[in-house]
Design a protein around this ligand. Structure first.
Ligand SMILES: NC(=O)c1ccc[n+]([C@@H]2O[C@H](COP(=O)([O-])OP(=O)(O)OC[C@H]3O[C@@H](n4cnc5c(N)ncnc54)[C@H](O)[C@@H]3O)[C@@H](O)[C@H]2O)c1
Ligand SMILES: O=C(O)[C@H](O)COP(=O)(O)O
Length: 609
């Protein structure tokens, strides 16, 4: 047992023993059966302890240190597969039915898909919690149930850039092919006909193209169309006018775009607000003889309305790479329509794009499996690596304060109103608290539930459980060198099993700081303490008198419980004091009982960190 000498009572908290090396974790897993833990904060020496990110694959279903398993459910470029194989067991199983996918998924840590696999709620439910990452080898994530992914704490990453040019080139290919009836003329000639007058086309130069969705693909299409001599306008409620102006494009309203253009090219994502955005009403506003190109998603067009517009002559032609149902059912009227040019979702299908996408998604999935926060995360905030590294010890502090606070609640389940205060000299823009909030949530909820919490599902889970977490910043004068001075967590409208943890205003209150890179508990209720946050903690309120530290220490010593820290905070000499004792092992209930029987001890609580 560690000696307990030199502990003292004073109004300033006394530090008895320096903390041993700390290695707490921001974990993407809640149990050793899950594949990753991001053990993020290991002081590696140097002044004040330098924090370095350390990524540890802790376990898979195959046991500690076993490789994770990645299911690749659609064809992926070889280069990406090679990258994956260097890190994981890779199971390439294409054309799975939903049932087969649901069966396989419980054995997989990651899943990689393109647009042809529906990653439904059922898939997440069937994974039994093992699936940590879904990688979408492409842009559109409308085939992934993001809500279900988030609820299951599963990160979704995509590969948003590698197929941009391919999609833009395909858009231009469809535009030019449609204008000159290439597909129809080709089919006709192959059928032995020579119909020169039937396939007279229309010119592009000087015509107006409306680009609907001025993102990555849309802007590349616009750039290329300008090269063809077209007048390009765009509609995108979220795009920057400066960026559009830089390539000579005017941003206009939806109605202006569709009513003034001869060609309308769709480049927005499929979302509830873009679903069937081209419908009867929109077609009615178009110029007669308008031409439509869609390399975005089939669902942004009301396909029945487009058939009607084609049949009435309102729309002269359409060129479609994407369909509401893929593959379209046999007999689909658009596919068979004489004035519609179709391709089977080939926008991203160039050799170059597929290799690029495969590498991009392989790297994103491996990063996510290692616990790194991804720059292409779709359902989690992106936290830059340098911010993460700086926040690492505060991340641990945040989780432990949450854990302590909830264990102080009698009953635990009634936590509804939490206030987190960040005392900082930094301006709000220089302190991103999302990660800290997520970790406090993890600390608050995990001890009282079977849910595991990570950055993906923290806010969702808190909301679902009716836990309201209000954040406030206490702006301090001084140097903003460190991100935070202290974090305080308060739980309101609850009773505490340790009455001294209640602040004067009636909330359970715990406060902590990072000292020399190590998280410390520095306040409980209105008592100041100082105990390094590791192992477990015993908090005792006692009548402040000599010999208390020795008595408690001897009881723990008899039980071979190692004391790592002791500190005492008191209100005034010989009145009440709160003693915080850090212990490496969980004391036997008998020892706790004996501590409780010391006459001067008024209350005590044992808390696991
Ligand atoms: N056919 C293919 O193989 C293929 C290949 C790549 C991308 N895509 C699809 O193309 C689309 C665009 O991809 P991207 O990489 O350019 O995405 P992006 O996110 O860079 O761009 C989408 C743009 O749409 C805008 N937008 C959102 N709602 C809108 C609305 N109601 N009206 C107008 N604009 C709106 C956004 O502000 C954004 O600028 C996606 O649907 C993607 O899935 C298809
Ligand atoms: O959204 C995308 O990236 C494209 O639609 C490509 O889809 P694919 O990967 O199925 O070709």
């Amino acid at each position: 047992m560690a000696p307990m000498a030199a502990a003292s009572t004073s109004s300033a908290p006394a530090l008895v023993k320096p903390p041993p090396r700390l290695a707490a974790a921001f974990s993407f897993s809640n149990s050793m059966s899950r594949c990753i833990s991001f053990r993020s904060a290991v002081p590696v020496g140097g002044r004040g302890g330098e924090w370095r990110r350390r990524l540890v694959v802790v376990a898979t279903a195959g046991g500690m240190g076993a490789k994770p398993t990645v299911l690749v459910a659609e064809k992926l470029g070889e280069a990406g597969l090679e990258v994956l194989k260097g890190f994981a067991n890779v199971d390439c199983s294409y054309n799975l039915t939903q049932e087969e996918l649901c069966t396989k998924i419980s054995l997989c840590d990651a899943l990689i898909v393109r647009s042809g696999t529906k990653v439904s709620r059922e898939v997440f439910e069937s994974s039994g919690g093992r699936l940590r990452v879904v990688g979408r080898a492409g842009v559109g994530i409308d085939n992934v149930d993001l809500g279900a992914a988030t609820e299951h704490g599963c990160l979704v990453v995509n590969a948003p850039t590698a197929n941009t040019v391919a999609a833009a080139e395909h858009g231009i290919a469809l535009l030019t092919a449609m204008a000159r009836n290439i597909a129809q003329a080709d089919a006709s000639l192959k059928a032995g006909k020579w119909l020169r007058s039937k396939y007279v086309g229309v010119s592009l130069v000087g015509k107006t193209l409306a680009v609907m969705g001025f993102g990555k693909v849309g802007s590349e299409v616009a750039r290329r169309a300008k090269g063809l001599g077209m007048h390009v306008i765009a509609h995108d409620p979220y795009a920057s006018a400066d960026r559009a102006r830089a390539i000579g494009v005017d941003l206009v309203s939806f109605d202006e775009a569709i009513s003034t253009a001869e060609f309308i090219s769709l480049h927005m994502p499929l979302t509830p607000s873009t679903s069937k955005i081209l419908n009867d009403e929109a077609f009615a506003k178009m110029k007669t003889g308008a031409r439509i190109i869609n390399v975005a998603r089939g669902g942004v067009i009301d396909e029945d309305a487009l058939v009607r517009a084609l049949d009435s002559g309102k729309v002269a032609q359409a060129a479609l790479d994407v369909f509401t149902e893929e593959p379209p059912a046999p007999g689909n009227k658009l596919v068979l329509h004489e004035r519609v040019t179709v391709t089977p979702h080939l926008g991203a299908s160039t050799m170059e794009a597929q290799e690029g996408v495969a590498i991009e998604i392989a790297e994103a999935v491996i990063g996510a499996l290692k616990g790194e926060l991804s720059s292409t995360a779709v359902n989690a905030p992106m936290v830059p690596a340098e911010v993460l590294s700086e926040l690492a010890p505060y991340v641990i502090l945040a989780e432990k304060l949450g854990r302590l606070a909830v264990q102080l609640v009698s009953g635990g389940g009634g936590v509804k109103s939490v206030k987190v205060s960040y005392a900082t000299a930094r301006a709000p823009d220089d302190l991103d608290t999302r990660l800290l909030r997520a970790m406090i949530t993890k600390g608050l909820i995990e001890p009282i539930s079977s849910v595991f919490i990570n950055l993906v599902n923290a806010d969702f889970t808190a909301k679902q459980r009716g836990v309201r977490i209000a954040e406030e910043r206490i702006l301090l004068d001084g140097s903003p060198e460190n991100p935070l001075d202290y974090i305080q967590v308060q739980i309101a409208h609850v009773e505490s099993k340790f009455a001294s943890a209640m602040s004067d205003s009636g909330e359970i209150t715990v406060e902590g700081r990072v000292m020399d890179g190590v998280p410390h508990l520095t306040k409980v209720g209105s008592f100041q303490v100082d105990v390094s946050l590791e192992g477990s903690i015993i908090l005792c309120r006692q009548v402040d008198q000599p010999g208390m530290i020795g008595r408690v220490g001897s009881i723990l010593g008899e039980q071979n419980v190692n004391v790592s820290f002791m500190s005492v905070g008191r209100i005034a000499p010989r009145k009440h004091a709160v003693m915080a004792i850090g212990v490496d092992e969980e004391p036997h209930p008998e020892a706790l009982k004996k501590i409780g029987e010391i006459p001067a001890i008024e209350e005590f609580v044992f808390l696991k960190l």
